[in-house]
Each structure stands twice: as C-alpha cells, then as structure tokens.
Design a protein around this ligand. Structure first.
Ligand code: OOG
Length: 262
C-alpha cells in the first residue's frame, strides 16, 4: 500500500489549519511530523474548504501558485499548484481590510480571469481562450498559516496555497485578438513603486494559467462555473503587507486595482 491510498485521517490537519486562519496564529508544517503525498495534500485542502462552507462561505473560483519564476525562486518550489477562493476572501476594489486578520500577509500583483459557462462543458485539455469571458488587474493577499512562512509543496497545497484575500479591478471583455502575453505590471505601496513585472512572467503566457486551472480543477474536483474567477499567479515576487498601507496594481491596457489595510 502506498502513502497515497493509506487512508490516513487528514481531518485533524485541516482543523488545525482552519483554526490557524481564523485565529491568525501560525502552526507547524504538517510534514514536520508525517509524510504527505500531493493527493493527500489536496484532500486536506478540500477538508479545509469544508470548514469554510460550514461557516457559510461560498467558493467563487481558483488561484494558481508558482506560475512565475520570481515566485518559484522566492519560495524554492517549481510546480504549479491551485487553491480555492471564497466570497469571504474578496475585498472590493478600493476597499479596506484589517491587517490583524492575517498572520504575516504578503501581497502580489496579478491578473484575474472570469470564466464563461463554456468551462462547464470543457474537458481538461480545453483551449483556455474558449472559456474566458473577461480579464482584470488583480491583487492577491497570501498568508501562509505555517510558522515563518516556510513550507514544502505538499504543506502549501494543504494550506489552500496560502489564499487569504483578493481584489479585482475593472473587467475588460476578453477577445482572443487582444494580446495579453506581455503587458507591463506595476506594484505601488503608498504611492512608491515597489516592483515591476510583466504578464509574460506568468508561465510565459497567462492563458497557460487558465489551462492549468482547468486541468487541476478536473483532476482534484474543484468547482469551475460561469462567473468563476481565476487568479493567474504573481507577476513579481511577493511583498510584505503592513497595516495602514495603500496598495495599487496597474496592468497596461487593463487598468488598476487597489486596496488599503488598517
Ligand atoms: C504560495 C502561493 C503562491 C503565487 O502567485 O505564486 C502564489 C505562497 O507563496 O505562499 O500565490
């Protein structure tokens, strides 16, 4: 019997990660005390989402992780992963979120896709351009529930890929003739330039992030529907998010999205 089908009880890990998120207090990595396969890690993630469902949260889409080389280098992980977004993680564009809700949050400039109903019929090898309805500039707040923001690939998958919050700016209807493969991305904090990048940093072409989302969603049973949001992953390394900060992302041709912390 392999570890993958050991049937080991992963529920206590999900409960511990959920409590870490709701109390904003870090926990030890799961792999510090037991081996975890990637399939088991996605099972812990699903159990973690069940805790959020029980509190009335609704799944609204997926986020990808490690789609950019800057992030892979920052965290030492080079496999694309997916986590789930819920309505409770959404911050309105220009809205404010409380820094104290998080343990050690970081912010990343991204682009987001909104999917059309065609994704419901699409197979795992769907043409990504076929299932995209609109595109927007976005910010993602990531907050590892693990102490010191350190984890293995399996740990971070179990922890819903550090998903903690997100903002989307204005949506632009997607047109496959609109080339979005190399749009400039700028991250500013309190009016100061913090980082610059390009959408090309996202797997060489952010449409590949949508293809990866569809593939991972099919494999791990994650829901994607008409209106689902896909965060394509960071275009730069992640930046620490302090209290009383104004953060803005600008993506060429798509516009801006902003959030504040207090
Ligand atoms: C994992 C999430 C990474 C990205 O855009 O690469 C991620 C983490 O670094 O905590 O969201």
């Amino acid at each position: 019997m392999t570890r993958a089908d050991s049937g080991a009880d992963t529920g206590p890990h999900a409960a511990a990660l959920d409590e870490a998120a709701t109390t904003a207090s870090p926990v030890d990595q799961i792999t510090a005390t037991r081996a975890l396969t990637l399939d088991e890690a996605y099972r812990v993630q699903a159990e973690l989402l069940a805790c959020r469902h029980a509190r009335g949260e609704r799944e609204v889409g997926l986020k990808l992780g490690f789609t950019s080389e800057a992030k892979m280098a920052q965290m030492g992980i080079s496999e694309v992963i997916a986590g789930r977004l819920t309505d409770a993680m959404r911050v309105a564009d220009g809205g404010t979120t409380d820094r104290r809700r998080f343990i050690h949050p970081r912010v990343e400039p991204e682009i987001a896709f909104r999917l059309s109903g065609r994704v419901e019929q699409a197979g795992p090898n769907a043409d990504p351009a076929e299932v995209i309805d609109a595109v927007a500039p976005a910010l993602e707040i990531i907050d590892s529930r693990y102490r010191d923001f350190r984890f293995t690939l399996e740990d971070v998958v179990a922890d819903n890929t550090s998903a903690a919050g997100y903002v989307t700016g204005p949506w632009t209807a997607f047109d496959r003739a609109h080339d979005i493969t190399n749009l400039g991305v700028m991250l500013e904090t309190d009016g100061q330039l913090a980082d610059t990048g390009s959408t090309a940093a996202i797997l060489g072409d952010p449409l590949r992030a949508v293809a990866a989302a569809v593939r991972l969603a099919t494999r791990y049973g994650m829901p994607l529907h008409a209106g689902s949001v896909v965060l394509a992953g960071a275009a730069t390394a992640a930046h620490w998010l302090s209290a009383a900060t104004h953060v803005e992302v600008t993506v060429a041709e798509l516009g801006r999205a902003t959030l504040r912390t207090h």
